[in-house]
Design a protein around this ligand. Sequence first.
Ligand SMILES: [Zn+2]
Ligand SMILES: [Zn+2]
Ligand SMILES: [Zn+2]
Length: 377
Amino acid sequence: MFDKFFALPVIKGDAFLRLLPTDKTITSILFDGGDFSSFTFENLVSAHTKSLDISIVSHADSDHIGGVIELFTTKKIGIKELWLPAHWAMLLDYISNLQTKPTPTDLRNPEKTYKCNVKENIFPEITTGTLNRVFDNLSPFSTKVINYQNHKMFMDKTTMIYNLVLLASKANTKIRWFLFDNDSDPCPKSGEWYMRPWNSKEIHAGASAAIMPLTVIYSLTITNKYSLVFHSLKSEGSGVSSIFYSADSNFKFIKNANSNKSQRTLDMPKLEERAIVTATHHGSNDEAHKPFYDYFSGSDYLYVRSDRDCCSRPTSKLKNFQTKYCTICRTSKATCCITINKSTLASSATFSPKIELEFTKCSVGWTTTQTVCCCQF
Ligand SMILES: [Zn+2]
Ligand SMILES: [Zn+2]
Ligand SMILES: [Zn+2]
């Protein structure tokens, strides 16, 4: 039994699957699920495993959460545990308990910080009707509190979160919650040794957590900065990690290290030679990911990038990375984003513009027979 890591060729976004031999079994871990794909995602997963021990969703963008919602919808692949951002639990709890319309002042008032008691498998008693009522309550503030684009995103993402948690709850999947936290030390008790959060802490059942409603709302909008980052230790008790899952993080936790003294320093985990590092935000050109490129440029980890075929990605900054692999490479002809017709894709399971990447763990770190990236910048 080999330790395997796959970058799955989802239409858009990220989906990484790890099959880790532990004791006499294999622990299967899915990190994000790509976009909605008219149920082709299930085939990508079932080619490797019939069930998942852990499925993690790093943030609420559809190109990360979509495939996981599909897995729960088709129910062919059992999912034992679902690991989610804890502020989602607070959001659902907050919405379900709203008695009166929140005012913009309520949302911004730190004294109105919302406290949430985390239950083992939290799911507030809310219905679609209740959600609609809350959406109605929030909409008059869309121009005062959230701009139109953010407001729509907030509605869309809240609906996806609601659906995911409802489906998981019906499937009796255990949900574990990770509260985003860029400013304090990683907690060694959070998660499992093979999946430790880096910029969040696990909220255990019985604990309570507090957050400002406005913070939660903005975390679901275009700012897209509350992305959970995880790493995997080389072995239990090891001080070295073998995989770093960047998700769409802006890597603010690295930036803190260089800023003023009032902000604490958070080092990156120590990575073994030939560790796998997933490219942040699909190799995006966004300046927000500069700390990622500054930190990793020149080092010889294996960079794994998933994306759609978009002209702007990956950024030429990725040129400085020595060993990189793409599920789809940028060609010189890529002058615009090609729209993939999802129904065409569903009817022709063999067609995919992306390829699956496979990596195997051995004594010298991760190895692969995949062709190295041929992106033309
Ligand atoms: Zn993304
Ligand atoms: Zn994103
Ligand atoms: Zn490439």
